[in-house]
Design a protein around this ligand. Structure first.
Ligand SMILES: [Zn+2]
Length: 456
């Protein structure tokens, strides 16, 4: 199928991007004499120097039913944007997703999904059954919750092709796109060997609790897992390890006038933080663009109740991130050792807090090579190129901070990709490009039919 998402459209959506790679990509494409999609295929082949298995072929996009599904997204553009706005205005803090879940439960049966249900933790699950009972099961997940409290104003502002609202992108856009894509697959009469499972997950922003419950305790055992939870143009096939710690230092306290020479939790914090930044980090992992990991960051610190006293308590937090368990464990141990040594040196009380249920189980994670070589990754990249969707980062990235982390940790092939394009996620001025819902949704249609395989 000849894609009708032109390069100029793409330039317009990403016109405001400050990421250097864009200007480079487009200066390659724009003067080209061949069709943009052909240029991109050729470029990809030359640049990667390595070929990976894929499940996407242009014949899939040429299938009359698939063409019709793709076309229907363009015809429904106005309707989809309205739905996007409607959903964005429904508040959903982590654990408070009930109103959005209600919306999904009402919306899904009308779209051809069967077995629409809500599990014990609140995930809404729906299925499009394949023709082959032994065919692959592919879970597509978008999360309903946002980092914003229900009290944060949620009126969407629509201006110059952009939508402004906290949570408009992450992950409202993913959920709208996902429902629209699978609905289009069903309505175009596309038959697939495999089964598509739609998951509107809960508590993604609370350490992926909804998907952890889904994959550990429900009857869903997907062969592949796709999280729609990045801006359009990204393909992530890894899982970032994230550890959050809080260190507390305590003392009996004392007035400033009687404080001289006495142990101070404030000084222990200062010493600990200084030591922590001295911990030698492994070299920056290549290929992650602006993200530099492994990394240790002190994000919060505080303590004391009066300026004229030794604080009875002072504390700081650590956010530790890396790409693999052994690095993560080693750095965590070093951080802990340094934090404890500061308490001993200063002679103050010491306590570490690590929120329970924080850690995702990564014990079954596959090697980087195996995860990259999984057809899931190249299929997503090929479709992205076919639709002329520019990569935001040097794609694909061995990283991840989405529901797909849970699958990756369990050894299930998993990726995170985008629906529409957005910026400034988790910020009050979050903004999305409304036209990007077209390529974002088309990408999900092609991914679903490629992975589940067309049946007659
Ligand atoms: Zn998200």
């Amino acid at each position: 199928m000849a894609t009708d998402v032109g390069v100029w459209d793409a330039v317009r959506w990403f016109g405001s991007m400050k990421v250097g790679i864009f200007s480079i990509s487009f200066s390659w494409i724009l003067p080209g004499v061949c069709l943009p999609s052909v240029c991109l295929f050729v470029m990809a082949g030359v640049l990667s120097g390595q070929s990976f298995p894929t499940k996407f072929h242009t014949s899939i996009a040429d299938d009359a039913r698939v063409t019709s599904a793709l076309r229907s997204i363009e015809q429904r553009r106005g309707e989809l944007i309205q739905e996007w706005i409607r959903l964005a205005e429904i508040p959903a803090e982590p654990g408070g997703e009930q109103a959005r879940a209600q919306y999904a439960r009402e919306r899904l049966p009308a779209s051809g999904f069967t077995d629409v249900r809500t599990d014990e933790i609140g995930n809404v699950i729906a299925e499009l059954h394949g023709t082959d009972p032994h065919g692959p099961v592919i879970a597509f997940a978008a999360h309903m919750d946002m980092v914003f409290a229900a009290s944060v104003p949620r009126k969407v502002r629509r201006e110059n092709g952009k939508l402004y609202c906290p949570g408009i992108g992450d992950d409202t856009s993913g959920l709208v796109s996902l429902i629209a894509a699978l609905e289009a697959v069903h309505q175009a009469g596309i038959k697939l060997h495999g089964t598509l499972v739609l998951v509107a997950s809960v508590q993604e922003e609370r350490r992926l609790q909804g998907t952890r419950y889904l994959l550990a305790k429900s009857e869903i055992h997907p062969d592949m897992f796709v999280a729609i939870d990045t801006p359009l143009g990204e393909v992530w096939y890894g899982a970032l390890r994230v550890t959050r710690l809080k260190f507390n230092y305590t003392s009996p306290g004392s007035h400033t006038l009687t404080s001289r020479g006495k142990p101070s939790p404030a000084r222990a914090v200062a010493l600990a933080i200084e030591q922590l930044y001295e911990i030698p980090l492994p070299p920056v992992e290549p290929g992650l663009g602006v993200w530099k990991v492994p990394v240790i960051n002190v994000g919060m610190l505080g303590g004391g109740t009066a300026p004229n006293a030794i604080p009875q308590e002072a504390w700081f937090t650590v956010d530790l991130r890396s790409q693999d368990a052994s690095t993560q464990e080693r750095l965590e141990l070093e951080v802990l050792r340094g934090a404890k040594a500061a308490a001993e040196k200063e002679g103050v009380g010491f306590r570490m807090e690590k929120p329970s249920g924080e850690d995702v189980d990564y014990s079954k994670v596959r090697s980087r090579e195996a995860r990259r070589a999984d057809p899931l990754v190249q299929t997503a990249l090929d479709i992205q190129r076919y639709l002329n969707i520019p990569s935001v980062q040097p794609a694909p990235l061995d990283i991840g901070s989405t529901d797909a982390n849970v699958a990756v940790g369990m050894g299930i092939p998993g990726i995170a990709i985008g629906g529409p394009y957005y910026e400034r996620q988790h910020a009050l001025d979050e903004v999305a490009e409304e036209s990007s819902i077209i390529p974002g949704t088309k990408m999900l249609i092609l991914l679903a039919v490629s992975l589940a395989e067309l049946a007659d």
